[in-house]
Design a protein around this ligand. Structure first.
Ligand SMILES: Cc1cc2nc3c(=O)[nH]c(=O)nc-3n(C[C@H](O)[C@H](O)[C@H](O)COP(=O)(O)OP(=O)(O)OC[C@H]3O[C@@H](n4cnc5c(N)ncnc54)[C@H](O)[C@@H]3O)c2cc1C
Length: 427
């Protein structure tokens, strides 16, 4: 997007087009104005418009420009945080409520895809969290125990079953989560946008919000050429925030993450590598992820930015890693490459903010935004509609809080990933 082939890579090549979303060039009125055209904003727009609410959505660049168009496409249930740590961190009421919402998030994604006929390569065969060595296996055993006591459909697989499903002996075992799956992330975002537009939401791309205030008792947001006055503002700008809600960006530490996609693999390789197309990631601290798209391209990713010296270092490391994990692949070339920034919060949990009266938003999904963004967008809509009281929300409203040493941590993540990948982290 915006003439940068490394922004959305494969997803931009294979996603169906977005709906028309003309730049806002006038002053208009609405019930709700939504800022940001990712999963959170689009899901909120869809659910509000379906309820008959007059909605305008303003997106700075293009629909799916932020994390929604750049991610791996793993529809995860839950966060990195262990299930038992949710109530420890948030207290028993919020903790279990949030966990329940996140655990069921992938079902909402499937339901919307099916209901609105969204063509986004949905795969429902689960995800495999892959154990690196005995420590990785121990972590997964604990994760399985904590989810299973809550009735979640997760199963610990041994090395042999993991090998059968993935086509590698590299992992000591894996945790299969049948709630989860994969999709084409930009196609899903664009599909939500089509559904929202059909329901009556008015979408404007190329319309960055650059100012916000109040006039005549209403909220007003301004773009370069237009403005919207509304009763409510939903802030759905997350890691790519610019403009009046820069505080959302400043409370996150950005972790760069890249993806590389091979050309479609031949039939024999497709029978041996992920024949059921589960989405995978591993238990390493600098983790790797891999999955197939529907055309049989293997998509491999890890922490790092494809810029400067990072481009060559990460690509060389990815080739070496793929040869190690899947020797049957032989040498690989990549057909597409892209990267983005993941917004991390200090406790690795999302945030709910009230930026002013009737100005609200969720953010900080820590690399887990497909299902949470969809669920939180719907929840914001239901809160505005009066269907969910403040007391029933899964998080308390909090003020954005900037973590210490943010810039230093971001530089450390980018440089640290380069050093680790240059040194060639042995598998
Ligand atoms: C490389 C990468 C890999 C990831 N992998 C996964 C994964 O496999 N699974 C998963 O669940 N999640 C993953 N994530 C996280 C996920 O993509 C995000 O959590 C999700 O996109 C957040 O959705 P959102 O709608 O809140 O924000 P975004 O999708 O980031 O959308 C925010 C939008 O707001 C717009 N915006 C910002 N400021 C303004 C303004 N002033 N005016 C108007 N518009 C504005 C931006 O242009 C952007 O389009 C990954 C993220 C990255 C970057």
């Amino acid at each position: 997007m915006l003439n940068d082939p490394r922004s959305h890579g494969l997803w931009e090549k294979t996603a169906p087009p977005p709906p028309p979303a003309p730049r806002l060039e006038e002053g208009v009125s609405a019930d709700v104005v939504i800022v940001g055209g990712g999963y959170t904003g689009l899901s909120a727009a869809l659910h509000l418009a379906e309820a008959g609410v007059d909605v305008r959505l303003l997106e700075a660049a293009e629909i799916g420009f932020g994390g929604a168009g750049r991610n791996v496409g793993l529809i995860n249930a839950g966060m990195w945080v262990m299930p038992d740590d949710f109530p420890k961190e948030l207290g028993p009421v919020y903790g279990e409520k949030l966990l329940d919402l996140l655990g069921n998030g992938p079902y909402l994604v499937r339901e919307l895809i099916e209901k609105h006929g969204i063509a986004c390569e949905l795969e429902k065969n689960g995800t495999l969290h892959c154990a690196v060595g005995p420590d990785g296996m121990k972590e997964l055993e604990e994760r399985a125990r904590q989810w299973q006591k809550r009735g979640a459909p997760v199963t610990l697989l041994d090395r042999a079953e993991t090998e059968r499903r993935i086509g590698t002996r590299a992992y000591a075992g894996s945790l299969l989560d049948m709630r989860a799956g994969t999709l084409q992330p930009l196609a899903y975002a664009r599909g939500l946008a089509h559904a929202a537009a059909r329901a009556g939401a008015k979408l404007h791309a190329g319309s960055a919000v650059i100012g916000a205030g109040e006039a005549n008792g209403r909220k007003v947001v301004k773009t370069a050429e237009g403005e919207v006055s509304a009763d409510w503002i939903i802030v759905a700008t997350d890691a790519y925030s610019t403009g009046p809600w820069e505080t959302v960006r400043r409370e996150q530490v950005h972790l760069p993450y890249f993806n590389l996609a091979t050309a479609p693999l031949g039939d024999n390789l497709r029978r041996s590598i992920l024949p059921s197309r589960e989405g995978c990631w591993d238990t390493r601290e600098i983790l790797s992820s891999f999955r197939m798209d529907q055309a049989g391209r293997l998509i491999f990713g890890s922490v790092g930015a494809l810029r400067g010296t990072g481009t060559a270092i990460h690509k060389a490391w990815a080739r070496r890693s793929l040869r190690r994990i899947f020797p049957q692949l032989g040498g690989v070339e990549f057909e597409a490459e892209w990267y983005g920034k993941i917004g991390m919060t200090d406790n690795a949990l999302p945030r709910l903010h009230r930026f002013g009266r009737q100005v609200i938003g969720f953010s900080g999904y820590n690399g887990r935004g497909i299902a949470p963004g969809t669920s939180f967008g719907k929840l914001l809509a239901r809160h505005i509609l009066g269907h969910v009281a403040e007391a029933d929300l899964p998080l308390p409203f909090t003020e954005p809080k900037e973590p210490g040493l943010r810039a230093l941590k971001e530089a450390y993540y980018e440089a640290g990933a380069q050093i680790a990948h240059f040194a060639g982290e042995r598998f």
